[in-house]
Design a protein around this ligand. Structure first.
Ligand code: NAD
Length: 420
């Protein structure tokens, strides 16, 4: 089977559809995105040269509402990746039951090699290229890998100038001062925490002292780690693209690690007591550096891929020792790896459920903008928890009813809602 994410997304869709009697028309429609935009984006660089970047916006499906999905800046962005991510958004929005369809965007770029001015020009020029196809009631963008509230602010500003009126609801994940919503930054990590807690409760597992390793210490991984630790889980390993750290007794101070990463740009070697980050402190605690991928195969109860696609493959799936894999990244497990994990009896909590907290709060933000409301942080966090727990229960009971994996169950829940 293929590691191509689009092929995988199609095979997940067809496998779940085989359990239902759906119209052939619906499946045929979901097998193809509604619209594919592929654009060239010329950008004037700081040294006066013009460089042209490649960008995509894929509008997968809008049966349930406006297209909705993130924008990713990464050197490996390509058409099939963005298509897969857009289909997963259609499924995710139906699983979490928000009135959005699925979309996704990406620009093939290493944003770390661009100045802030170059990034802003790239974002604004891309917005102009796709402006006729987006809008608050048509297609709403959000942050994803390497994009954030600042990037969303540039998109909103550029789009608003083009349409001649302020349109905050064309993006979600904005800064709170600019029409964003309280709680959006931490929503995906916090949502994953609620899903994991609910699934553990439903399957009769205890989380006190359960050990966790997390691959990817960005927005999603860092907030998830904080919430898990606060609730009694033991975070023993973290990694980013350059390396990571493992302390079997648990990483006592996540904030210091986060500060160290911010200062040094990398996690490896980042365990500090006081203000000095050095390896000797790790040795005292029995810790060691690990490779980025090693976080997924350590002896832990819960392994969390929270970085990119294809993190668990047929090469490392046999070595996964965790009894639960919580998929916080989109598409982190290849089809072959998924079969291996299922045969080993690993409970895989699928991405379309686990990481849907971000889009749940994006929906609250969009609703707030469209109705000129201001939601309190307490309201947002309460509603998020309710949504995540309800979706977890629905997926779990569907997996029991159809005797299928939680991934197939999530797709079944989504397909039933889409067919309605
Ligand atoms: P981010 O850019 O903030 O962080 C990504 C992290 O992954 C970084 O720490 C990076 O160093 C690390 N990384 C990259 N390659 C790695 C590798 N090979 N091994 C270990 N670490 C690696 O991105 P994010 O917003 O945290 O998104 C992470 C994942 O979660 C993505 O798959 C994204 O699509 C998904 N997701 C994000 C949101 C959201 O609200 N941000 C919502 C749903 C899903």
């Amino acid at each position: 089977m293929s590691d191509n994410p689009w092929e995988r997304a199609l095979s997940q869709l067809r496998s779940a559809a085989s359990h239902l009697e759906l119209s052939a028309g619906l499946i045929a429609r979901l097998e193809k995105p509604d619209n594919i935009l592929e654009v060239s984006v010329p950008v004037e660089m700081d040294d006066g040269r013009t460089e042209t970047f490649h960008g995509y916006r894929i509008q997968h499906n809008n049966i349930r509402g406006p297209y909705k999905g993130g924008l990713r800046f990464h050197p490996k962005v390509d058409m099939d990746e963005v298509k897969a991510l857009s289909l997963w958004m259609t499924i995710k929005n139906a699983v979490i039951d928000v009135p959005f369809g699925g979309g996704k965007g990406g620009i093939t770029v290493d944003p770390k090699k661009l100045s802030e001015g170059e990034l802003e020009r790239l974002t604004r020029n891309f917005t102009r290229e796709i402006s006729s196809a987006i809008g608050p009631e048509v297609d709403v963008l959000a942050p994803d890998v390497n994009t954030n509230a600042k990037v969303m602010g540039w998109i909103r500003d550029e789009y608003s100038k083009l349409v001649g009126e302020d349109s905050p609801a064309v993006v979600t994940g904005k800064a709170v001062a600019e029409g964003g919503i309280q709680g959006r930054t931490e929503a995906t990590g916090l949502g994953g925490f609620h899903v994991l807690s609910e699934v553990m409760k439903l399957t009769g597992r205890t989380h006190r002292g359960a050990t966790v390793s997390i691959q990817g210490f960005g927005n999603v991984g860092s907030f998830l780690a904080e919430y898990l630790k606060g609730s009694g889980f033991r975070i023993v390993a973290l990694s980013d693209s350059k390396g990571g750290l493992y302390i079997a007794s648990g990483i006592p101070d996540l904030k210091t690690v986060a500060q160290c990463k911010e200062q040094s740009g990398r996690l490896a070697g980042c365990y500090c007591v006081g203000s000095v980050c050095d390896l000797s402190n790790m040795e005292v605690l029995g810790g060691r550096d690990i490779s980025p991928d090693e976080a997924l195969t350590l002896p832990v109860d819960i392994a969390v891929p929270a970085a990119l696609e294809n993190a668990i493959t047929k090469e490392n799936a046999e070595r996964v020792q965790a009894s639960i894999v919580l998929e916080m990244a989109n598409g982190p497990t290849t089809s072959e790896a998924d079969s291996i994990l299922n045969k080993k009896g690993v409970l895989v909590i699928p991405d379309v459920l686990a990481n849907s907290g971000g889009v749940a709060v994006s929906y609250f933000e969009w609703h707030q903008n469209m109705h000129e409301q201001e939601w309190s942080r307490d309201d947002v966090l309460k509603k998020l928890r309710e949504k995540m727990e309800e979706a977890s229960r629905t997926v779990y009971t569907t997996s029991e009813e159809y005797v299928v994996t939680p991934r197939e169950a999530a797709y079944i829940v989504a397909l039933k809602r889409l067919s309605e």
